[in-house]
Structures are given as C-alpha cells and as structure tokens.
Design a protein around this ligand. Sequence first.
Ligand SMILES: Nc1ncnc2c1ncn2[C@@H]1O[C@H](COP(=O)(O)OP(=O)(O)OP(=O)(O)O)[C@@H](O)[C@H]1O
Length: 376
Amino acid sequence: MEQIDGSTLEGGGQILRNAVSFAALLQKPIMIDKIRASRKQPGLKAQHAAGLNLVGRISHGSEMQGASKDSSTLQFTPGDLVAGSYSADPGTAGATTLLLQIALPCLLFANSNGVNTSTLRLRGGTNAIQAPQVDYTERVFLPFLQRHFMVNVGLTIVRRGYYPKGGGEVSVTVPTMKEPLPAITILDRGTVTSVRGRAYVAGLPKHLAKESRDAAVALLVKKGIDPSVIDIEYVREDAAKAFGAGSGVVLWAETDTGCILGGSSVGQKGVEAAEIGREAAEELERNLTQGGCVDEYLQDQWIIFGVLAKGKSRVRCGLPLTLHTRTAIWLAEKLTGVSFTQIPDEEGKTMVLECEGIGFMPKSHKETPQDIMEER
Ligand SMILES: Nc1ncnc2c1ncn2[C@@H]1O[C@H](COP(=O)(O)OP(=O)(O)OP(=O)(O)O)[C@@H](O)[C@H]1O
C-alpha cells in the first residue's frame, strides 16, 4: 500500500482528490495520513468525504476506510471503474466543481459497461471561494480540456447554490475514452482578443451586479485592455434557478492562439459590489501579466491529464508556480513514476512544465486485434 503524507506542500484537499483519482485509475492501493494537516480544521470536511465516497462508488468492489467527516487517515483499495450514473451531495455548500475534479479522470477511463457516456449529478455550492466557480469550470477549464485534450465534457447548471446554504446542483456528462488522451503543447500565449464575463447576484438587487461589472470594466481598461474587446454581462439569477443569496464575478480572456485565462471573485458580507468587480479584474490582469498560457488555477488542474496523456506535454506557465501546482507535480511523480522538467524562459518570466505522460488506458479497454495478439 503506497503511503502518502497528506500534509506535504499545500497539505489540503487537492492531494486527496488527485491521489484517489490516480489510485483508482492505476489500481494502486493507497494510505493517506495527516489529511489537510495544514488547514485550520484538519481532517476531512463533508465535501471531501462526499468526493471520496463518490469515487468509491464509481470504483466497483473498492474498499475505503476513513472516508468520513473529520477523519485524518484514509485507506483505499481500488476496484473496477465502471461508467454509469452517479451522484454526490455533501449536504453543505462544498464546491460541486471539486466533486467533479475527483470524479472526472475516473469516469473518462471507466469501463464503458455498454454506455459511452457517464452522468454525474453533483450537489452543493456552485459559486464558492477557494474553489473553481462553476462558470470558471464551464468557460475556462472544460473548453481547455476540449481544445487541447479533445475531451467533450457537458455541464448544465441546474440550480446555483452559495455559501453557507449550498443547495446548488450541476449535471455533467463524461464520455468514456476509447484511446489515451493526446499530449499537449501550449507555448504561445498570444494576444488577448476578448475578455468576457459574468457579474451576478442572486437574492440581491440587480444594480449591485452592474456596479461590480462597471468596476471590473474600468479596471481592465485602466490596465490597458482595449474596451472594444470587453463584454461582461450583469445578471440577477432567476430565483427558480438559484438557492439562497450570493454574488460574484467570473471573467475569462481568450487569445489569438486559443489560450483561455480566468479571473474571479465571490461577494462577501461587508465588501462593496465595486470591490468584488475590481478583485476579479485584478486577478485576470495578474494572470495575463504573468505571461503563462494557463492561469494560476489551470496551472495545477491540467497536471493529472498531462500525466495520463500519451507522449510529451509542454505547457508554459506564469511564475511563480503555485503551491497547488508543485503539490500536484510531487504527487503525480510519486504515484506514477513520471518526472516533470521545469524550463524557464530566457528572461526568467515564465516556466515551461514538461512531462512524458504514461499514455494511460485501462487494460480491459485494450481490445483491438493487435492488443489481443500481444496478450497471447
Ligand atoms: N478562484 C479559483 N478559480 C479556479 N479554480 C480555483 C480557484 N480557487 C481554487 N481553485 C482550485 O480549487 C482547488 C482547491 O484545492 P485545495 O487543496 O485548496 O482544496 P480544498 O478541497 O478546497 O481543500 P482545503 O479546504 O483543504 O483547501 C485547486 O485545484 C485550485 O486550482
């Protein structure tokens, strides 16, 4: 059983998600201790437990011990990943997008079991802090997967939900892969051709969304973005499609080389609407200034897919590399044997991350006549 120290580097929930996804795919039993030791309240939160148990269900015949709230140790012996319909609900505002983060790699490579697409119903928060807002997943992460890894994941926001009540729901369709993911090369950031976005409120007056939008636009223009490429809508969510009250801004910039980078913020009590807009714009501007082809969040989120892909992937990232990215690399190297190379540019402003992926495909899927011959 592979031992993983959950307090390493970032020491948060992402280690668990990546570790359990890799373990389920590679059929490698793991034991994680010191779970979320770096956080104020260590151990599993309801949303982590819900994500782990979701993978436990996708991985038929698996055994999982310690996947409950407050647990600091987890043991997982994987079974067979099987495509199908699954759901998860932490009962809190825990991020639906992070439930997707742990389940997605598993479902992509699940045994198709006669169905070519799995479906996920994920409940919880859709627009929470310290997690991808669902609009980020929809507008940045999934288009990235589609453009570069050729994977078409469908996402429908059934109902939005916010901190502290949650109550949101997203529905996701995940195709079953018939061949390994292709390696990716993304080195040229290119020039920004559009900045789109969404300033939203739910259960609050609409003018607040407009104030956030206007402040975001003003800051972007001040930082040198051409006003004619900016298109940020402001909305009050339909009450039937949003549970509770919330606000925030999600922005995404596209470049002429096909890169998409995000910037976002979530409204909090006592913070003015205009400030929420400026926060999101500042984050986007920072990501653009860093010169990477991915923003500071995609930087860690592409790692698992690059490691699973077939061949050498190279992605230019802005600096500094985030602690989440360094943690994802550390864990991937530990569990899969791949090694990452970090190649700085001449001016030391950006860093190309390079890895030779393992070309992952579960054994049971290799059923071409050639594979059968090789088995014999
Ligand atoms: N504003 C954001 N936009 C997009 N992605 C985000 C954003 N904030 C965080 N993320 C992503 O969410 C994940 C958070 O990982 P983290 O380890 O912090 O998880 P967690 O489950 O929230 O655990 P913990 O409570 O221990 O921090 C990372 O993949 C990170 O890139």
